[in-house]
Write a protein that binds this ligand. Structure first.
Ligand SMILES: [Zn+2]
Ligand SMILES: [Zn+2]
Ligand SMILES: [Zn+2]
Length: 139
């Protein structure tokens, strides 16, 4: 688990004011290691109301702390960002993995989405979600 001082620093580095809610949400993301849904945040952090959690999540997205992961299930998931993300912009080209066994979505930060060039098309975003059985379920 990360110390509160490290979490505070991370918030400040992303131009976010330190609040208890932000610290708790960040702590949860750091300790879980896989992408989280807003529902999960609500269930875990019952001392905050939905609106507060929603605002916290949005401020994290805005400031480059977490990113929304595209998913065909309609449930939005959020993953913690790497060092390359800043308040001005997110920089992501990593692959996501969805486990059919535990249902977790992982950010595979070391694996990048292959670049595709299509004449006449301007590609603004590319995403890749791999489906299968994750490392911990595959043991
Ligand atoms: Zn990001
Ligand atoms: Zn799994
Ligand atoms: Zn990700």
């Amino acid at each position: 688990m990360l110390k509160y001082s490290a979490l505070k620093k991370l918030l400040k580095d992303h131009q976010l004011r330190v609040t208890d809610c932000r610290l708790d949400v960040l702590q949860l993301f750091k300790s879980r290691g896989h992408a989280l849904t807003s529902r999960y945040l609500e269930d875990e952090l019952t001392s905050y109301d939905r609106v507060t959690l929603f605002r916290t999540l949005n401020s994290f997205i805005e400031k480059g702390v977490v990113h929304k992961i595209p998913d065909d299930s309609g449930i939005a998931r959020y993953g913690i960002c790497g060092h390359s993300c800043a308040p001005a912009a997110h920089h992501h080209d990593h692959v996501h993995f969805k486990c059919s066994s535990c249902g977790h979505v992982d950010c595979l930060s070391d694996y990048t989405v292959p670049t595709v060039t299509i004449p006449g098309y301007l590609i603004q975003e590319s995403n890749m979600i791999l489906n299968g059985v994750c490392k911990s379920c595959n043991q």
